[in-house]
Design a binder for this molecule. Structure first.
Ligand SMILES: [Zn+2]
Length: 109
């Protein structure tokens, strides 16, 4: 798990989080904490990936699909919201996220 921080616009304190939470139904305090899924999605969009974000009821907002050049990068065999994204995402995607959200990085809200 990566460990980055964001200054919360609501409480003014640093919130610590990891990019993996953007793929976890229960991430970001089950969606009650500062939800940074859009920052993770935008980091991929800036690099040419098409990203689908889905709000999961009372839970977190998660990335459910990533496409590149028309190819789906999250296989249908994946149980979205539960499986470990490090295990199913292509290496180039994991590398982008590890670089963008490396330990100690401060990410703007
Ligand atoms: Zn806060």
């Amino acid at each position: 798990m990566s460990n980055v921080r964001t200054i919360c616009p609501t409480c003014g304190h640093a919130h610590h989080w990891s990019w993996e939470e953007a793929f976890d139904k229960f991430g970001f305090g089950d969606g009650d904490d500062l939800v940074m899924t859009d920052a993770v999605a935008d980091a991929l969009r800036e690099r040419g990936y098409t990203v689908t974000v889905t709000q999961w009821g009372l839970h977190n907002t998660i990335i459910t699909d990533i496409n590149r050049d028309g190819a789906a990068l999250i296989p249908d065999t994946v149980t979205r919201g539960y499986d470990d994204p490090r295990k199913y995402l292509p290496k180039d995607v994991v590398d982008v996220l590890d670089r963008e959200f490396r330990d100690g990085q401060r990410i703007d809200y």
